[in-house]
Design a protein around this ligand. Structure first.
Ligand code: PEP
Ligand code: MG
Length: 754
């Protein structure tokens, strides 16, 4: 049964649309469990019905026409209970309903399994038997597994439906795709799809104006792949076992087959650009093999896809990627990276949408820093079909509207006006001190890593730079930047803020920040080789960076160095020794460097519990709440599936912050916060109450946070903190803080975009 399951899952996953996926399921399930009928009902909550959407065994004409009431019958019961119901004699059950217009007869055996996604029942998969029959356990689990696959196919198809729905139709009016709100703001613009070069499935659909030129390119690429395969084959002739040789023959045969080549050419002639024409042809062929019973033949599907990738790579090596970015570009991708975001000319970037990632992903942080709305984790995003579409990105609610209707557009234009109004209200705060109503000062610093952010007008508001992410310049480079390139970079930021202090954080790569020229494959990257662990593993990289920092600061004296992801005092001691060594070397070389203040980030729970040992050794502590939240709550900050659990107002996070603030105070070690929490108006009240000494955030948050600081007394903030610490979950904390902000007239910060 496992092989059958595998085959059906493959076929469902590669079905071109929901209808085909449903057809495969009902046909194959009926056959596999030897039932008389297999049907799928999809639940329409608005109409309160379960609609017969596919069947094998009942009348085909009933499909799409017959539907059952939401809360009646056995199908209704499966939906209500959200668990399987297995009956050997269905007609004797009190909820049994006899439906005539499906061509039904009194079936006895009944097994109904709910199709569930994110705790919501989307439909019911059911098998029926004329004779009494209790289905076996393994048959129940078989249906269960398929129902889970079906759930994915249904949500995906609903997302695809956004694209095919006629403009102005009911579907187009209502529908939007949900993701995680990741950078506030609203944007309207046109989509540019970004994708990994070697990923055939990620190729966006585009049109071509030059079919003949692209056909020639394609023929050339095919000829060159054929040639390279032949050469490889003859080189390996002696060493290859027979079955591997057969693989080469098979690949060459496919390449020579008229179908693959002529079908692609036909698609190009009809106006598809060469890369997506290739993608669609390859998929069509691979799908035929995906559905084969024979394991050996099924494997041929991956050979076809491999062939497709080879041709694709040839095509791409001939045509350098030229991207035209429209005036209001919304960058869309399966897994948009920080570098891809930075490649868009900043004046053209209006928003970003990614199928993967969450609000704590680094690309979201960069989007916030650049002041563009972002929605991450839109898992059902039909990426490849979105190129050139009009899009509304709602970064407040985490919604994306594809080809929005006039009504949606009007609503969002109104929100954009409201935003403009809020910015004007904030303008009056410029130049005013960040000071509570009872005279307590809270310095606000800037988080940066990009030159464009430092040049923003709000940057003048900052008391200095609280976090300079040095890895960003490393990420946009094609090799490790040398000492002098780094000096130039650091000098620029130190000079532009002098005499205000600038905290340069040492290289923090790993996790979701990788360097293309320094790849590392790990199954658990966030628990792996990242932050200071990489620097200590490669002292030559670390020493070069420290030397560059020290030399860049000569004559300025506003440099501070900060170490990320410290987990043990041993790591801190080792890093300190290396800093001392770089300093001594430079003095020996006659460079007039001074020893800067050195601090650590508290981002790992272990560091919270060892705050005393750390505080004794350093000049300052900065809490990286992005990582600290991820590690305390065991929620991968980049994973949209668990993004709802990621909450910096979780009581455990608040208690950890209090521990750090109190622990460091005993050693007179100043503590600031540089995670995104410092720029969250709600959280700021609590940080104020904790006695945090400074807050560091992206430019766009500076004035909003200043508004909060100037609206509260420290005494009131302490009261609110005490109340929050008595709560057992994040939602009541959020409610408490929203109420407190509204009370002092800051409602606009609490409900932006509503
Ligand atoms: C943090 O973890 O809070 C932090 C500021 O560092 P980053 O977001 O760059 O990991
Ligand atoms: Mg961090």
């Amino acid at each position: 049964m496992l092989a059958t399951l595998h085959r059906i899952v493959q076929a469902v996953n590669s079905a071109p649309d929901l209808n085909s996926a449903l057809q495969v399921i009902v046909r194959e399930v009926k056959r596999a469990v030897k039932a008389d009928v297999c049907s799928v009902y999809l639940t329409d909550y608005e109409k309160h019905r379960h609609v017969l959407s596919a069947t094998h065994g009942l009348r085909q004409e009933a499909v799409g026409k017959v539907s059952l009431p939401l809360h009646r019958g056995l199908i209704g019961l499966v939906c209500e209970r959200a668990e399987p119901i297995n009956l050997d004699d269905a007609p004797s059950h009190p909820r049994y309903m006899f439906v005539t217009d499906t061509g039904e007869m009194p079936y006895h055996g009944f097994l109904g399994v709910p199709v569930i996604q994110n705790r919501r029942v989307l439909g019911v998969l059911v098998v029926r038997q004329r004779k009494p029959r209790k289905f076996e356990d393994n048959e129940v689990t078989f249906l269960f597994t398929l129902a889970a696959q079906l759930a994915g196919a249904i949500t995906h198809a609903q997302a695809q439906g956004e694209l095919s729905a006629a403009p102005g139709s009911e579907v187009a009016q209502m529908r939007y795709l949900d993701g995680r709100p990741s950078a506030s703001g609203v944007a309207l613009g046109s989509v540019v799809v970004t994708y990994r070069m070697d990923d055939l499935e990620a190729i966006p659909d585009r049109r071509t104006d030059e079919p003949e030129r692209e056909i020639a390119q394609f023929r050339d690429a095919v000829a060159r792949v054929e040639d390279s395969l032949r050469r490889l084959q003859s080189r390996l002739e002696e060493v290859l076992p027979a079955e591997e040789k057969a693989l080469f023959d098979a690949l060459l045969l496919m390449l020579g087959s008229d179908n693959l080549v002529t079908q692609t050419i036909e698609r190009i002639r009809q106006g598809e650009w060469v890369q997506s024409a290739l993608h669609h042809t390859i998929e069509e062929h691979a799908r035929v093999f995906d559905q084969m019973e024979d394991v050996y033949l099924r494997e041929r599907a991956s050979d076809i896809r491999d062939l497709g990738r080879r041709i694709l790579m040839r095509l791409q090596s001939d045509t350098p990627r030229e991207v035209h970015y429209p005036e209001r570009t919304i960058l869309v991708g399966e897994d948009v990276s920080g570098v891809e975001l930075m490649e868009v000319p900043p004046e053209r970037l209006a928003g970003v949408v990614s199928a993967r990632g969450s609000s704590a992903s680094h690309v979201a942080i960069i989007a916030r820093a650049m002041g563009v709305p972002a929605v991450m984790g839109v898992t059902d995003l039909p990426v490849t079909r979105m190129e050139g579409r009009e899009l509304v990105v709602d970064g407040y609610r985490g919604r994306v509207y594809i080809s929005p209707t006039a009504a949606v557009l009007n609503e969002y234009r109104r929100l954009i006006d409201e935003e403009r109004q809020l910015s004007q209200e904030l303008e009056v705060l410029k130049g005013l001190p960040a000071e509570t109503t009872d005279g307590c000062k809270m310095p606000l610093y800037l988080n940066t890593g990009l030159v464009s952010e430092m040049q923003s007008l709000e940057a003048n508001e900052a008391a200095g730079v609280g976090l300079y992410r040095t890895e960003l310049p490393f990420m946009v480079s094609d090799r490790f930047p040398g000492e002098s390139a780094q000096i130039a970079n650091y000098r620029q930021v130190l000079e532009s803020f002098s005499p205000r202090p600038v905290i340069l954080r040492t290289l923090d790569i790993g996790g979701d920040k990788s360097l293309p020229y320094f790849p590392s494959q790990e199954s658990n990257p966030f628990l792996g080789w990242r932050g200071v662990r990489v620097s200590l593993g490669h002292p030559e990289i670390f020493l070069t960076q420290i030397r560059a920092m020290l030399r860049a600061a000569v004559g300025l004296d506003n440099l501070r160095i900060m170490l990320p992801l410290i987990t043990t005092v041993g790591e801190l001691d080792d890093a300190m020794l290396l800093i001392q060594r770089a300093y001594d070397e430079l003095l020996d070389e006659g460079v007039a460097v001074t020893m800067p203040q050195v601090g650590v980030m508290v981002e790992v729970p272990a560091a919270v519990f060892q705050v005393a040992a750390l505080a004794r050794r350093v000049d300052f502590i900065s809490i990286g709440t992005n990582d600290l939240t991820q590690y305390l709550l065991a929620v991968d900050r980049n994973n949209p599936r668990v993004a709802e659990l990621y909450d910096e107002l979780h009581p455990a996070v608040l208690k950890a912050l209090v521990m750090v603030a109190e622990g460091a105070a005993k050693f007179n070690c100043p503590v600031s916060v540089c995670g995104e929490m410092a720029g969250n108006p709600l959280a700021v009240v609590l940080l104020l109450g904790m006695g945090i000494d400074g807050l560091s955030m992206s430019a766009g948050s500076l004035l909003k946070v200043k508004w909060v600081i100037r609206s509260f007394s420290r005494a009131r903030a302490r009261q609110l903190l005490q109340a929050a610490l008595r709560m057992e979950d994040a939602p009541p904390v959020k409610l408490l803080l929203k109420g407190a902000l509204e009370e002092v007239g800051l409602g606009a910060l609490v409900h932006p975009g509503k």
